[in-house]
Design a binder for this molecule. Sequence first.
Ligand code: FAD
Length: 571
Amino acid sequence: KSDSTYDYIVVGGGTSGLVVANRLSEQKDTTVLVIEAGGSVYSNPNVTDTLGYGKAFGTDIDWAYETTAQEYAGGFSQIVRAGKALGGTSTINGMAYLRAQAAQIDAWETIGNKGWNWKTLLPYFKKSEKLQDPANYPFLEGSGVAFDPAYHGFTGPLKVGWSSNQLNDGLAQKLNATYQNLDVPVPYNRDANSGDMVGYSLYPKTVDADLNIREDAARAYYYPYQNRTNLHVWLNTHANKIAWKDGNEATANGVEVTLSNGKKTVVKATREVILAAGALKSPVLLELSGVGNPHILSKHGIATKVNLPTVGENLQDQMNNGLKFESKKTYGSDKSADYVAYPSADQLFPNSTALGAELLRKLPAYAAQVASANGNITKARDIYRFFKIQWDLIFKDEIPVAEILLSASGASYSSEYWGSVPFSRGSVHLSSADPTAPAIIDPKYFMLDFDLHSQAQAARFIRDIFKTEPFADMAGAEITPGLSTVAAGADDKAWSTFIYSKYRSNFHPITTAGMLPKELGGVVDTSLKVYGTSNVRVVDASVMPFQVCGHLQSTVYAVAERAADIIKEQS
Ligand code: FAD
């Protein structure tokens, strides 16, 4: 093994990495190696169980990255989960298959990524997907699930659909009626994956509806193809850094790895090294390889190969809180309700126009604050451009500004929620030249007050749902936080104590190796190639320039599908 040579080395056998490895190895004369730090979880029940969300947390297949103490949010640190297994985070995630508002992907082009927009990405969403038509599954009768075939793929590797866990007792319909009875109704949306997410929907998941097990990247993109002789996977193998060709040019010729037996070796790549280690690892691997901010690298004795100071900057995540209410009915543990509402600004905020105007005035100060918090590595004028585009998305394009989930279990209803597009930005950087040392992860949660306001307003909105018929009649008292903890009519400050002490990462980190023009702080270009290198790409969630309102995986799969096409075209 140690003296092998491959055309392509993919670092990270996760959600994006397995897509790219699969597609490149479709070319029979092309050899591909996947390096994966974790092992196989093919028969791990914490992975396969479609009702087992959370069971894998804290086990050996969870990287459980820890953030720094979050100074704007009560001083607590947070755990950011990520899968350490073949299949990556798709083996431990919530399986929600929800894309983005079309305008959000179009914003990728607006910021300077020519050719990246909803229209050009939609074929790749479809290419990856194998939608399992609910009409073929009698157990879904009465559940209310629906989709629009125009927006889905039916022959891709990734199974998407609804399993026999789907609740079909009329709750979905009652919740819809409740949304329609709100003072400002949130309309029913038949298919939130159409590019228009606003509304109330029943969303599909990455499940195998026939077997009722999780569908992850390994089941979709690797196991059915594992007999390809040109596709190799090294499990339990840790990538340490990129190995470079001698000379001034930054041309990768391999990857230094630590094998499962503890031995270090360099495996050679004749064409490209493709980073797919996730948004909290790929930028750190770049830094370990000498690509990044020279001030940070030199502190750790790493020679600068490519001066690219924004590696690891622009980190964006969302923050997740939950409210809980008593339910008059008791729900069994064998069913799940996968109901989502995506309100626009007009639907969430009672004073959307005034709020928008106030936020617009604050944007220059926000941009200055972000820039100064990272030592002006990212420039205030560039951050302002992002923020203005984000403002336009919220107040002109009317993208969803919050995600409201509802689940029913035992004698309670729980509603997880988050503001979809926080403005705060942080960073991830290496802490040592030791590739196994934990990175310094600082998302700067709640740095900017709009983020707290959205989070508090979403909580007020959930309280309204539980006060509206027919839901009001089905639910009892509020359990969490409870009116004695956060009073009715509480302002943002009063909500903040609860929000800061109970929030968690929403596990949607992005933009740490952002696809952006170099002069705007980009790390990769529109072919996902790292600036200043001739053959290193990043294909995972790190490259997404803006947060999406759905969850990340569908977009990660689509971007990786497109990355594979780009790589094939260019080699
Ligand atoms: P990953 O899939 O994380 O792949 C990275 C891979 O690289 C991993 O296999 C890792 O082990 C490997 N690796 C890392 N470092 C090294 C190294 N040095 N050497 C070798 N290998 C390495 N999204 C949704 O769409 N729906 C959801 O319901 C949802 N729920 C989520 C719930 C949780 C708990 C989490 C954590 C995330 C959730 N997400 C969800 C987000 C989504 O799953 C991820 O954004 C997406 O899977 C990330 O894909 P990726 O390819 O960027 O990285």
